[in-house]
Design a protein around this ligand. Sequence first.
Ligand code: GLP
Length: 245
Amino acid sequence: MKVIVTASYDETCRVIAEMIAGLVNEKPDCKLGLATGGTPVPIYKKLIEMNKAGKVDFSKVRTVNLDEYCGIPGTHDQSYRYFMNTNLFDHINIDKANTFVANGMGDFEANARELEEKVREGGVADLQLLGIGNNGHIAFNEASDHLISVAHIEHLTESTIDANARFFEKREDVPTMAITMGMGDIMAAKKVVLAATGLAKVPAIKGLIMDDVITTQNPSTMLKMHSDAVIVIDKELAGAVGYQA
Ligand code: GLP
């Protein structure tokens, strides 16, 4: 696992956007695993700018997203399909037919199986972008006494519902279940890049970069077993967890 400490969160986003653009330029038909949440938004903004400036071409890129809430349609403004369209896909020259976000409506189990197929279709992701939950969750793989390797339905913890309530009008509106890639799906990506910022992430990042323990109680710690995992944090977060480069 490689840890990169940047001067600021903006710099974190620039470093990661350049990593993604570099991969796309090298392999125009690459497969990207994408993430939602507040953290990747400025990364996507930078990719949009680069695309508009002619520095990166997404016309052949394929994408698969980590997860989707159960019970809200892709047209709902808090669905992850809507998030991806409005924060990235609508603004770059990607073919939306080459983008996949699990369907959050209908038969959830069948939708999870479809996600699992998309994870493997045409090969695994060349790069999987990740955020991290306050409790160390990755995608929606919640801290638990066990983790599931393949795409599945997850019941969200109170901590995750609390953290995501800021995006909804009322806490009761936050879906309590989600379809998510499993930890095995995420670990299968050729490269994983995790971005984190903010003091709410201190316990999770401490567990990830400050000790040698791998525990299902902090799902991000599984990334210690990945041969090409890059963790990008700013100096404020690095300082708060006591990490020295
Ligand atoms: C959600 C997503 C995760 C994301 C996490 C943290 O739970 N399913 O993929 O990493 O939120 O989000 P944020 O970046 O807003 O802190």
